[in-house]
Design a protein around this ligand. Structure first.
Ligand SMILES: Nc1ncnc2c1ncn2[C@@H]1O[C@H](COP(=O)(O)OP(=O)(O)OP(=O)(O)O)[C@@H](O)[C@H]1O
Ligand SMILES: [Mg+2]
Length: 516
C-alpha cells in the first residue's frame, strides 16, 4: 500500500510542479488559528509532551526532533535535540504553524501517515525534496473515535536511521493513545455520574473514610437544608444523621433506617441506607414522604367510608321519627301561637339536611343527566349555609337563567361543597361569598365563587391539582385536586383559580353544555 501511495504521491508532486532541487516552500497558518488549534488539542499536547519528553530523555545523544501535528498536517508543537534544531529546523524554516501537506512539502511521512491512517517511515531518497533526503522521518497517526486527529513524528539524520526508531515511536504513540482513551472514558463516566447525581430523585451523600463530606447531590440538599450543607464538613455535624453514622462505624448495618427531616416548610420522611466502598461510604436517602401521606390518607379515607356508611344509616333512622314529629306538630299547628310554626321550620331544616346528606353519601358511580346548575346549588343550600353560619359568612347567590347541562349532579355538588368550605375557611368572621352562575359563549357555563378571604398564595396557584397541598393544620390538601378531577376529567371542563383585586379568592368553573 505504502509503495503504490509513494509512487502516486511522486506523480502528484511533479504535476504540482514542485521542484526537488529547492527547499520546500512551507505555508504557515495564522498565529490566531494556531492558538485555537493548540487550545483544542490541549489535552493531547499535555499527554504527548509528558511521554515524548521522557522518551527524549532516554534517547540522549541521538539527534531527534519530535513534531506533533493536527489532522491537516500543521505542526502545533515540536520538541527536540538542539543539534537537529540548529541544522534542519533552522534551514528549513520550520516553526509551529508550518503545514506539511503534500502540495507544498512534497512527499513526507506526516502527510502519508494521515492519508494512510498508519505508521509511515520515509528515509532519505524516499523524500521528494533533495534537502529532506538527508533525513529519516517517522510518523504515527493518533486516533479519536476511529478517525485520525493528528500525528506524532520523529525526524533524525539519515546516518542514525534505524528500524528500532519506528518501533519505539509506535510503542510510545500506543501508550499515548491508551492514556487519551482512558481520560476520555473517565470524562464520560464523570459526566454520566454528575448528571445522574444532579437529576436523581434519590438523595446521595458521599463521605470519605473519616466521615468528611465529599459530595451532596441537590436532592439530599433539599432534605438537609442549604445552610446545613454549606456549613457542615463532616457527617458527624449533620444532626439528623450523626447518630446513625455512629452506629454504622460501630459495625452495624444501616438499611431502610427511617429518618424525619424538618425544614422551614415541610416535614420529609426518608429511608436511609449506608453503602460502604473502598474509599468511603455512599449514603442514600430515599424520599417516602408522599408514600406516608398516601398511606395516612387511605387509612383516613377508609375510616371516613365507614363513618359515611354509619352516618347514612343514622340519617335514615332520623328521618322516620322526624316524619312522625312533623305529622303531630302539623296536627296541633292551629292550637297554640307561633311555636309549632318555628318547630316545623326547624324540623324541615333537619329534614332537608338529612336528605342532602343521604344523597351525598351514596356510592360515587357516575350518573350523568340533564341538570340545571342553579337548582343543583340550591339543593345543597342548607348544607352550605350550615358551613357559613360557623363564621357568620353571608352567601350571596347571583344566578342568571341558564340552560340545563349534561353532568353528574352529585359529583358537582361535591365540588361546590369543597369550594364553599375552602372559602369559609379562608375568611374571617362576617365574610361574604358570592356564588354566580352565568352563560358564556360556545354553550359553556361559568360558575364563580368569589370570597373576601386571604386569597390564594402563589405556591398554591402554581401547583393547583397536586395532592396533599395544604396550608391548613388539619387539611388533607385534597379538596381542590378532587374538584379539578371532577371538573376536568369527568366533565371536560376547566377550573381556574386566582385572586380578586381586593385580595379575596376567585375560583371559576367553566363547564361545557354536554361533555364529549
Ligand atoms: N378560597 C380560598 N382562599 C384562599 N386559599 C384557598 C382557598 N381555597 C383553597 N385555598 C388554599 O388551597 C389549599 C388547598 O385546598 P384544598 O381544598 O385542596 O385542601 P385543604 O382545604 O387544605 O384540605 P382538604 O383536603 O381538607 O380540603 C388550602 O390549604 C388553601 O391554602
Ligand atoms: Mg379544602
Amino acid at each position: 500500500m505504502l509503495d503504490s501511495y509513494l509512487l502516486e504521491a511522486r506523480e502528484r508532486c511533479l504535476k504540482n510542479r514542485l521542484d526537488p532541487n529547492v527547499l520546500p516552500s512551507f505555508v504557515s497558518i495564522a498565529q490566531e488559528d494556531l492558538g485555537k488549534i493548540q487550545m483544542d488539542y490541549k489535552k493531547i499536547l499535555d499527554i504527548t509532551r509528558l511521554f515524548m519528553n521522557k522518551f527524549l530523555e532516554n534517547c540522549q545523544g541521538i539527534p531527534l526532533l519530535v513534531g506533533i501535528t493536527d489532522d491537516k498536517a500543521n505542526i502545533i508543537e515540536y520538541l527536540g535535540d538542539p543539534s537537529i534544531e540548529d541544522t534542519v529546523v533552522n534551514q528549513l524554516g520550520l516553526s509551529k504553524g508550518v503545514c506539511f501537506a503534500e502540495e507544498q512539502a512534497g512527499i513526507n511521512s506526516i502527510a502519508a501517515a494521515i492519508n494512510l491512517a498508519m505508521p509511515v517511515q520515509i528515509i532519505g531518497e524516499g523524500h521528494f525534496h533533495d534537502f529532506l533526503k538527508e533525513t529519516a522521518c517517522y510518523s504515527a497517526p493518533l486516533f479519536h473515535q476511529n478517525k485520525v486527529i493528528g500525528t506524532i513524528s520523529l525526524m533524525t539524520f539519515i546516518h542514525v536511521a534505524n528500524p528500532l526508531i519506528m518501533a519505539s515511536l509506535v510503542t510510545v504513540v500506543d501508550s499515548i493513545q491508551r492514556e487519551m482513551d482512558l481520560l476520555e472514558k473517565n470524562r464520560y463516566l464523570d459526566e454520566l455520574n454528575h448528571m445522574m447525581l444532579e437529576q436523581s430523585t434519590t438523595g446521595y451523600i458521599v463521605i470519605d473514610s473519616n466521615g468528611t463530606i465529599v459530595k451532596i447531590n441537590p436532592k439530599a440538599e433539599s432534605f438537609l437544608g442549604v445552610l446545613q450543607c454549606q456549613t457542615c464538613t463532616s457527617i458527624k455535624e449533620i444532626s439528623q444523621l450523626s447518630q446513625v453514622y455512629t452506629s454504622y462505624i460501630e459495625g452495624k448495618s444501616v438499611q431502610d433506617f427511617k429518618i424525619v427531616f424538618q425544614n422551614e416548610t415541610d416535614t420529609l420522611t426518608c429511608l436511609v441506607d449506608f453503602f460502604p466502598f473502598q474509599e468511603g461510604t455512599i449514603i442514600q436517602l430515599h424520599d417516602i414522604t408522599e408514600y406516608i401521606k398516601t398511606e395516612a390518607y387511605i387509612q383516613n379515607a377508609e375510616k371516613l367510608t365507614i363513618v359515611g356508611q354509619l352516618a347514612a344509616g343514622v340519617a335514615h333512622e332520623i328521618k322516620n321519627p322526624l316524619t312522625t314529629l312533623k305529622g303531630f306538630i302539623q296536627l296541633r299547628a292551629g292550637e297554640s301561637g307561633t311555636f309549632p310554626e318555628i318547630m316545623l321550620n326547624e324540623i324541615n331544616r333537619i329534614d332537608q339536611i338529612t336528605n342532602e346528606f343521604l344523597v351525598l353519601s351514596r356510592p360515587t358511580i357516575q350518573e350523568k343527566d340533564w341538570h340545571n346548575l342553579c337548582d343543583l346549588i340550591s339543593e345543597i343550600g342548607v348544607l352550605l349555609s350550615s358551613f357559613a353560619i360557623t363564621k357568620n359568612v353571608e352567601i350571596i347567590y347571583d344566578f342568571q337563567e341558564t340552560m340545563p347541562i349534561y353532568c353528574d349532579g352529585n359529583q358537582l355538588k361535591q365540588v361546590f361543597i369543597n369550594l364553599v368550605k375552602n372559602s369559609v375557611e379562608a375568611m374571617g368572621q362576617n365574610g361574604k361569598l358570592i356564588i354566580s352562575v352565568k352563560s358564556m359563549e360556545d354553550d359553556q357555563l361559568l360558575i364563580r365563587f368569589k370570597d373576601d378571604g386571604i386569597g390564594f398564595s402563589n405556591q398554591i396557584r402554581k401547583r393547583l391539582g397536586q395532592p396533599f397541598l395544604t396550608t391548613k393544620k388539619s387539611g388533607n390538601g385534597l379538596g381542590l385536586m378532587v374538584c379539578k378531577r371532577i371538573v376536568e376529567t369527568i366533565h371536560n371542563g376547566e377550573i381556574q383559580i386566582g385572586n380578586a383585586k381586593n385580595g379575596g379568592a376567585v375560583v371559576d368553573i367553566i363547564l361545557p353544555r354536554e361533555a364529549l
